[in-house]
Design a protein around this ligand. Structure first.
Ligand code: F6P
Ligand code: MN
Length: 435
């Protein structure tokens, strides 16, 4: 039995020495069990909001989630999804494409990205098929709790940034502060809820004070190149696109970075791309963005509420927008975008810089293959070059590229599972490559 994913091949839970295997074997069953527990625990709350009929439908929903768990644990084939939702054809066609002479893909013998996305898509499908719970976001309570549980750190940050972002007093040279904010933003990605299997961490302390200690954990740092791109006086576009990842703590830092871009004329418009369905537990949807702005705006701490008001204004006057696109919840890596969603590809091409947040975006950018870690980023993007782009990602799985020769071996010698916990960060940049 092969244990290790061959070079350049897609990750797949078939290879036991991979995070894909660990995800299917250990993480997904725990995540699904916790989901069921949460639904049972919040049953009364859900019924009070969605009506009596929701009580009966919750039982069906719970049965369906248990069925997915059973099918993962017994390595069943990923069946076609029966639904008229427009993205389902993409799923079913891609599933059919993965079928081999050995048969249909199964959870433990399938491209990892497809298997994991399929589970989240199936979960949404269960709710879509109800009468009363179509709009219910099964991860909503966890996302909301995540903001409440990180508010201490957010208060610290709002106070520290108030001179610069509320009163427009320069504290540092523009470039230095941009790079600080980039790094704070990177570490915000540690707080995703799927790596903790849905458990919300209490985040405390001043994030600024820890920044220096974390410097040695950044294993690839192209901050200088990102600065050059964002401050390029010859740039013809003043749009910056942020392909969001997680709501709550991470989203707070996305707002800080975006505000800084506006304040310093590094952008005149920031477009935030959200998910169109509940996704990988903590990923931000439109509702999460609106809810978060509202919570900040009405917070009792004066700095927090001033920021909330300012950001609300950015959305109201159109300098910030929330963009909903279907592609982000397809089971496909980004090399498919140009062909499959050329409109989105061209939209991204309007940006001066595209910022991709988080681990899942990293997997999708680089095709989720077992690259030699020194593979140049340009190559690993496999033709995805809509504009200048960067990724801010804490490492939560084995996919890496663009690293210095020998680095991964050094990290592995320290801890064989160095890449699994989000301890390390990567800030990588790629120029637009003309094709
Ligand atoms: O929120 P992020 O940073 O995309 O992280 C979530 C990802 O990390 C993992 O836990 C490991 O890659 C995946 O399950 C998931 O894709
Ligand atoms: Mn996420």
């Amino acid at each position: 039995m092969d244990l290790v994913t061959p070079r350049n091949v897609h990750y797949n839970a078939f290879y036991k020495r991979s995070f894909a295997y660990y995800t299917m074997k250990e993480r997904i069953p725990v995540i699904l069990t916790q989901l069921i527990d949460n639904l049972v625990r919040n049953k009364d709350k859900i019924i009070s909001e969605y009506g009596q009929g929701a009580g009966e439908e919750l039982k069906i929903v719970i049965g369906e989630i248990s069925k997915i768990k059973y099918e993962v644990q017994t390595n069943k084939p990923l069946q076609e999804i029966v639904s008229s939702a427009p993205d389902i054809k993409i799923y079913n066609d891609y599933l059919a494409k993965q079928a081999t002479d050995d048969g249909w893909p199964t959870y433990f013998n399938c491209v990892w990205l497809l298997a994991e996305c399929y589970i989240y898509r199936k979960l949404y499908d269960i709710f879509e098929k109800t009468n009363t719970l179509k709009d219910f976001d099964l991860f909503r309570y966890q996302k909301e709790l995540a903001l409440i549980d990180s508010i201490d750190s957010i208060i610290f940050m709002c106070k520290s940034l108030s001179d610069m972002l509320l009163n427009e007093k320069a504290l540092y040279p523009v470039k230095d502060m941009f790079i600080h904010l980039l790094k704070l933003n990177l570490w915000g990605n540690r707080q995703d809820l799927s790596i903790t299997n849905g458990v919300v961490n209490h985040v405390t302390g001043d994030p600024m004070s820890n920044l220096e200690n974390l410097e040695s954990y950044i294993i690839s740092d192209h901050s200088e190149d990102i600065w050059s791109a964002i401050s390029d006086p010859a740039a013809t576009s003043q749009i910056v696109d942020i392909v969001l990842d997680n709501a709550a703590y991470e989203l707070y830092f996305d707002f800080c970075l975006a505000d800084y871009l506006l304040k310093n004329n590094l952008a005149s418009k920031v477009r935030f791309y959200v998910k169109n369905m509940p996704w990988f537990i903590s990923d931000a949807m439109t509702r999460d963005v609106n809810w978060q702005i509202k919570q900040l705006r009405k917070h009792s701490n004066k700095y927090v509420s001033l920021f909330g008001q300012q950001w609300d204004k950015h959305f109201k006057d159109g300098s910030w927008t929330v963009e909903v696109e279907d592609f982000w919840t397809y089971p496909l890596d980004y090399s498919y975008m140009k062909c499959l969603d050329n409109k989105l590809y061209r939209k991204l091409a309007e940006a001066k810089l595209i910022i991709f947040k988080g681990d899942l975006n990293y997997r999708k950018l680089f095709g989720e293959r077992n690259w030699d870690p020194i593979t140049p980023i340009e190559k690993a993007l496999q033709g995805f070059h809509p504009s200048k782009l960067c990724t801010l990602r804490t490492v939560k799985c084995d996919i890496v590229c663009g690293l210095r020769d020998g680095l991964v071996e050094e990290l592995e010698a320290k801890n064989a599972q160095w890449s699994y916990k989000g301890d390390y960060g990567m800030i990588q940049f790629c120029e637009k490559v003309e094709q």
